[in-house]
Design a protein around this ligand. Sequence first.
Ligand code: CTP
Ligand code: CA
Length: 226
Amino acid sequence: IQFFHTQSDYQNKKVLITMGPTQEAMDPVRFISNHSSGKMGYALAKAFQARGAEVYVISGPISLNVDKSEFHWTDVKSAKEMYHAAHKLHGLMDICVFAAAVADYAPAEVAPEKIKKSEADLSLKMVKNVDIAFELGKLKHPGQLHVGFALETQNESENAKAKLDKKNFDLIVLNSMRETGAGFKVDTNKVHIYQSSGHSVSSEVDTKAKIAELILDQIKLVPIGV
Ligand code: CTP
Ligand code: CA
């Protein structure tokens, strides 16, 4: 007996997904990071898997209850580590989804010992991190498809479309911060999806699992795509 997935429309596709936050160390016991839970990225990984794809996950530190054994799974901490892991797999992939909330800056130096408190205030020099999606966007090969995410608090659609162009994405998913239920940690989301072709669509507030299905359906509309 076969348990039927009605769709296996991503059969034979290799999909890379970056997800979660990155952690940028300042000393052996402290880091700079953000509130990304990895829930949207994990929902995408499960959706691709259920629809037949071979899924390669590169995840920053998350506290979700996940079954890593279903995927080719690489754990990383910093943006630099995530970049190296993604770069290694990139050439073999049919689809790359950049769902990670990569820290834009990292402490310029990692102190070898725990930084001791002193009477003075502390200021920390930060340097720019590698932009993983941008760098791999330059290496995108014909027939390969890149999907990005954006989170904006102002000029949402203009900024999202600018990122679509700059990073050579075929499609970008804009997270609606303003709308109910959307954002970090929660299980629901509302998104607007813009394609480089000009096509766009908006979701309702829905579960991240449903949003993931919508994103997979939209990816299939990309001309060079699946
Ligand atoms: N991204 C990435 N590497 C980075 C920063 C971002 O791969 N160092 C990817 C994200 O995974 C996402 C897209 O680029 O798919 C947009 O991320 P976002 O943080 O919204 O854009 P930035 O270019 O960092 O611009 P800003 O944070 O200033 O809005
Ligand atoms: Ca950023």
